[in-house]
Design a protein around this ligand. Structure first.
Ligand code: SAH
Ligand code: SF4
Length: 363
């Protein structure tokens, strides 16, 4: 699971096999959910035996799973060394969206985000990222049918800033879109970023997944406080990189602008007006996310009326504006609540360890 297609091809060549074996293995592992070489019946017995001696198909270890009252499912996964990550599956009508983590913790440290408060531990490897999709797909039952699209959408919106873990994230998204693996269309794989401008340009060169920008404020003064990476890559630079990204995609693209609404902080009508003016530059729709509370910060969720008022203003200005429904908050699976939580005691210990680690790490 830790090898992308090219690396798998190279591996097979290195053991005197044809490169097309890579495609066969990808199909077995990712399309069918098979982890035992003995079940891979279109591969010769000799090769299967050889593979058993040198490889394993191993997903990261699930240590806890829980289903919310609304059907949202959260998995806590151990990636070794006390590092825990979370992924969330959100079923909705005939869709099932999987929210995948890219890092253990996050160094960007947005003021409203539980993952950010936890600090940064490390980047996830390819197997740990695609392994999340594998585990979630298998949860619908095995053997998996080759074209069973149980997971219809994947969003890189779990723990971490995906563009600060570039290669493994791109490799994982390639597998999500590979017809021999998960077969999702580029519109159904979404990368969400706090705005790492040079990496958006790099992404445009190698991928055309859907892009979501976590903007959260229409001016630099406010955004500097909420999303500290803004001091390095301010709003105009960010929007310019979005324009370049959209132009690089073959089809017409609309970028989603995420805007968390925090009571009395960024939810006034003046700011809605400023946002509407700012966004005339790019083809976009807006997704408003009412702040999900967690213990470490004093921010509050705005009232339904304030959220509606903000939405109405943007809609009047012609923007398609949705309000993200809060899902899974009874199991701490909602946006911004992901911290690799198992229980409060473990969580507290981890936080302390992570805080110690973050002091020696920078982005
Ligand atoms: N690091 C990336 C992707 C992961 S965060 C990014 O920031 O885009 C995924 C989304 O959850 C972001 O839009 C983020 O702003 C939102 N979020 C973070 N904390 C939140 C909270 N407490 N309540 C609601 N949404 C939150
Ligand atoms: Fe990191 Fe995204 Fe959370 Fe900001 S919102 S701290 S970038 S995970």
């Amino acid at each position: 699971m830790g090898l992308n297609k090219k690396e798998l091809e190279k591996f097979f060549v290195s053991i005197d096999e044809k490169p097309f074996r890579a495609k066969q293995i990808i199909k077995w592992v990712h399309q069918r959910g098979v982890s035992s070489f003995s079940e891979m019946t279109d591969i010769s017995k000799d090769l299967r035996t050889k593979l058993e001696t040198v490889c394993v198909v191993e997903a990261p270890e699930v240590i806890y799973e829980k289903t919310s009252q609304d059907g949202t499912k959260k998995w806590v996964i151990s990636v070794g060394n006390n590092d825990l990550i979370e992924m969330v599956l959100i079923p909705e009508n005939n869709r099932a969206t999987l929210c995948v983590s890219s890092q253990v913790g996050c160094a960007v440290d947005c003021s409203f985000c539980a993952t950010g408060k936890q600090g940064f531990s490390r980047n996830l490897n390819l197997d740990e990222i695609i392994g999340q999709v594998w585990v979630a797909a298998n949860s619908f039952g095995l053997p998996r049918e080759p074209n069973s699209r149980n997971i219809t959408n994947v969003v890189m919106m779990g723990m971490g800033e995906p563009l600060l873990n570039f290669n493994p994230v791109v490799d994982a998204m390639d597998l999500m879109m590979d017809d021999n693996a998960y077969g999702l269309s580029k519109r159904k794989v979404t990368l969400s970023t706090s705005g790492i401008v040079p990496k958006i340009d790099e992404l445009a060169k190698v991928s055309d997944v859907s892009l979501t920008i976590s903007l959260h404020a229409p001016n630099n003064e406010l955004r500097d406080q909420l999303v500290p990476i803004n001091k390095k890559y301010p709003i105009q630079e960010l929007l310019d990189s979005v324009k370049r990204y959209v132009e690089s995609c073959e089809d017409k693209r609309v970028t989603t602008i995420e805007y968390i609404l925090i009571d009395g902080v960024n939810d006034s009508l003046e700011l809605a007006e400023e946002l509407a003016d700012l966004l005339t530059q790019i083809p976009c729709k807006v997704n408003l996310i009412p702040f999900n509370p967690f213990s470490e910060v004093n921010y509050k969720k705005p009232s339904g009326n304030r959220v509606k008022r903000f939405q109405n203003y943007l809609q009047e200005k012609g923007y398609i504006t949705t309000i993200r429904s809060t899902r899974g908050d009874d199991i701490m699976a909602a946006c911004g609540q992901l911290v690799g939580q198992v229980n409060d005691k473990t969580r507290k210990k981890e936080r302390e360890q992570n805080k110690a680690r973050i002091e020696t790490k920078t982005i």
